[in-house]
Design a protein. Structure first.
Length: 222
């Protein structure tokens, strides 16, 4: 499960605090996440919340309903939800203002064997409790250094990227600031690929793809 979207500088970012989840008619009800799963004691005691994957803050007025489909919900820790979500959305908003276009891919990752490699589906589904809790949330943000052109028209050599593997710790953690947590959990794209089972930049010339996949992100976070 992952989501991808492109942000543009002219888009106004709204505030979307309260979410009332609604059913997604595209998915059989038995296959969709159930809000009642989060009422289980084993979930509540870990401070796990039902939170959006695609940030509704970035939705247009016409697209906000889709952002509240229950299929856009994943289990996030209170630490991630209350500390990192707002700061991450703020950073992405700043970056798109600076670069004019920003492509974002984000989703859950499961480093349940502490290998940095995506485990089998059987291992992932071998859960304790009614929901599968990811160990991390990954974010891969790409942009063109030439802000006058769109990402589609960007010369591959002018593409840049910044990615994160953000911990989704259950239970309350220490009082580190969101900025510090983001700084500590910068990741290479290839690290995200290994853990999420995805492949990025497959359509680019090989050396541009290698550069983007293996470089350590350098963009400052504030």
């Amino acid at each position: 499960m992952w989501t991808a979207f492109t942000l543009r500088a002219q888009k106004n970012v709204g505030k979307f605090d309260d979410i009332c989840w609604i059913g997604d008619a595209r998915i059989p009800i038995d296959d969709a996440p159930q809000c009642t799963d989060y009422d289980a004691f084993i979930i509540k005691e870990q401070y796990i919340l039902q939170r959006p994957l695609y940030p509704p803050d970035f939705s247009s007025a016409s697209g906000r309903e889709q952002a509240t489909f229950v299929t856009n919900s994943i289990p996030k820790s209170m630490n991630h939800s209350k500390i990192l979500e707002e700061k991450l959305n703020q950073i992405l908003s700043e970056w798109v203002r600076e670069q004019n276009h920003l492509n974002v891919v984000m989703g859950p990752a499961f480093d349940i064997q502490a290998t940095g490699i995506r485990p089998s589906r059987e291992h992932i589904m071998n859960k304790t409790g009614p929901v599968v809790i990811p160990t991390h949330i990954f974010i891969v943000a790409s942009w063109c250094l030439d802000r006058t052109v769109s990402l589609e028209d960007c010369d591959p050599s002018a593409l840049d990227v910044h990615s994160f593997l953000l911990p989704n710790h259950p239970y309350p953690q220490n009082c580190e600031s969101a900025t510090r947590v983001l700084e500590k959990n910068v990741a290479r794209v290839i690290d995200v690929e290994n853990l999420a089972g995805l492949s990025f930049y497959t359509g680019l010339p090989i050396y541009d793809a290698i550069r983007l996949r293996t470089m350590m992100p350098q963009r400052s976070i504030s």
